[in-house]
Design a protein around this ligand. Structure first.
Ligand code: TYD
Ligand code: MG
Length: 489
């Protein structure tokens, strides 16, 4: 409103001196143009419309439209950051293009470096997204402390916590650095001025939803504000060659509030996941213009901050019962370049409902439905009147097909009240006719299983290997796998 009123006042001075009709008309036009407009924006994809829509015509999501108020004036800068930095005057031949050396800054936290593809790339914009309270501020304050140890200048912009709150957290994390600037601030313009003044190597923005730009009239956290602030940050990162790490909170439905727009603008998107009620946390790269996207880093939350977990298998398998129980199987899933051993549990029981339930945790439900269909048709297991629950222990999400065989064996052993030997790992993808397909990186997976003390592995027949540290059983069909490793209780 401030902009609108001041515009009118300044022009109305002219009116007292001029009785010219055109001047009156010009003023009237200004008044009309300065009125507040409202528009509806899809929080999923950024699609704009004049009125409310139940379903987004662009991305198909329901109930995702949010109303935003805007003055009819131009935003501070162009709304297309990507184009702004890719625009060149003329096309050039690929062979003539020279690339400068990509400068990476190590965070001194090896798990974090691995996800980033070897450290923070200078001049890049990184988004760390996660649920509130998962530990985003903690890991970035720790990272800032580590960066300062290697003589990097870091500016930590705290838009949610006061300087004394940050100091308390830093004391808890035992961070005591002379190079770390702390700046409690929410105005994007002030932040920009300070960045240009201090010229740090790395800037942390905690969080993007709490800062606002004066160039946009809508409130902080709205789609337009987030887009504009991200735009400005991208501009600073690229023109000043400063690495900017932005924290973004995730909404209830699992998407970063103010939305995919943010994901496609930044260079790297990292999700910070984990069970709030358990101590371990996972950093997962979802998009990385400078590295591998499937990497995962594992941390454990302690009273003095997050610590890296160098041997995650100990963490995920130590809660497991040492005696074999029906409905349990150990799989070896590949998380990026690292194999992880995890336990899959299944519970099968007669349903009290008209339609049997299929509930999954850590596995895609449609994948389970496919495995159940194969178990019914190719193995003869009747599950049509049974509820099936499948849970991947440790809060891990398994989306790799190599987990199929382990899931099938967990379900089958629970349904028949038999067990898979507790020293056996199960690896294999199941096809619709019950055949077992080969998987990638078999040697790496077997090595990990042997290192964790397993004695036997069931693997696809097509995966030939001369690995001899543990007993290997190669199977062609699902039914062969069941006969190879299942024993009575
Ligand atoms: P925080 O980093 O504030 O989360 P976010 O920024 O993602 O919202 O972390 C908050 C939680 O972490 C809080 O519940 C307390 C816990 N915590 C520890 O257990 N140990 C610690 O050393 C710190 C700093 C936080
Ligand atoms: Mg925080």
């Amino acid at each position: 409103m401030g902009v609108f009123l001041s515009n009118v006042n300044s022009d109305s001075k002219h009116l007292t001196y001029s009785s010219d009709l055109t001047e009156v008309l010009r003023l009237y036009y200004n008044l009309l143009m300065a009125k507040v407009r409202s528009k509806w924006i899809c929080t999923e994809c950024g699609y704009e419309t004049a009125g409310y829509l139940g379903k987004c015509p662009e991305c198909g999501s329901w109930g995702s439209f949010q109303e935003e108020f805007q003055y009819a004036q131009k935003p501070a800068i162009n709304n297309s950051p990507v184009n702004e930095f890719v625009n060149t005057e003329k096309p050039a031949l690929l062979k003539d293009i020279h690339i400068g050396d990509e400068v990476r800054v190590s965070t001194n936290i090896s798990e974090f470096d691995r996800i980033l593809g070897g450290g923070l790339v200078q001049g890049s914009l990184v988004l760390i997204a996660g649920d509130p309270g998962i530990g985003k501020s903690t890991i970035l304050l720790q990272t800032s402390g580590e960066l300062c140890k290697s003589n990097k200048k870091v500016l930590y912009v705290s838009a949610e916590e006061s300087a004394s709150q940050l100091k308390l957290r830093a004391q808890r994390l035992k961070i005591n650095s002379d190079n770390l600037y702390v700046y409690p601030q929410t105005s994007m313009e002030n932040i920009k001025t300070e960045i240009e003044d201090i010229l740090p190597d790395v800037v942390v923005i905690d969080s993007i939803q709490a800062i606002y730009s004066q160039g946009v009239a809508s409130s902080a956290g709205s789609v337009t504000q987030i887009r504009e602030c991200c735009n400005l940050l991208m501009h600073i990162a690229k023109t000043k060659n400063i690495t900017i790490v932005v924290i973004g909170h995730v909404t209830k439905d699992g998407n970063i509030a103010g939305p995919k727009v943010l994901e496609h603008m930044v260079d790297t998107v990292i999700y910070f996941e984990g069970d709030k009620y358990k101590s371990y946390r996972m950093l997962r790269a979802m998009k990385n213009r400078f590295g591998n996207t499937s990497e995962v880093g594992i941390f454990e939350m302690h009273s003095d901050g997050l610590r890296e977990v160098k041997n995650p298998n100990e963490l995920f398998l130590n809660e497991r019962s040492q005696v074999a129980v029906p409905g349990s199987a150990i799989i070896v899933t590949n998380e990026g370049t690292r194999p992880l051993l995890v336990e899959v549990q299944a519970l099968v029981g007669t349903t009290p409902y008209p339609t049997p339930r299929r509930v999954t945790n850590g596995v895609d439900t449609s994948r389970l439905l496919q495995i159940l269909a194969v178990l019914e048709k190719r193995v003869g297991l009747n599950l049509s009147k049974q509820d099936v629950y499948v849970n991947v222990m440790g809060g891990i999400e398994v989306d790799e097909p190599s987990a199929d065989l382990g899931i099938a064996l967990a379900v089958a052993t629970c349904a028949r009240d038999v067990v898979v030997d507790s020293q056996t790992v199960i690896i294999g993808e199941i096809g619709l006719s019950g055949e077992i397909h080969p998987v990638s990186n078999i040697e790496k997976r077997l090595n990990e299983a042997a290192a964790s003390g397993f004695k036997k592995a069931i693997i696809p027949y097509a995966n030939t290997t001369d690995f001899d540290k543990i007993e290997i059983v190669r199977v062609k069909r699902l039914i062969d796998a069941i006969t190879a490793c299942v024993t009575p209780v």
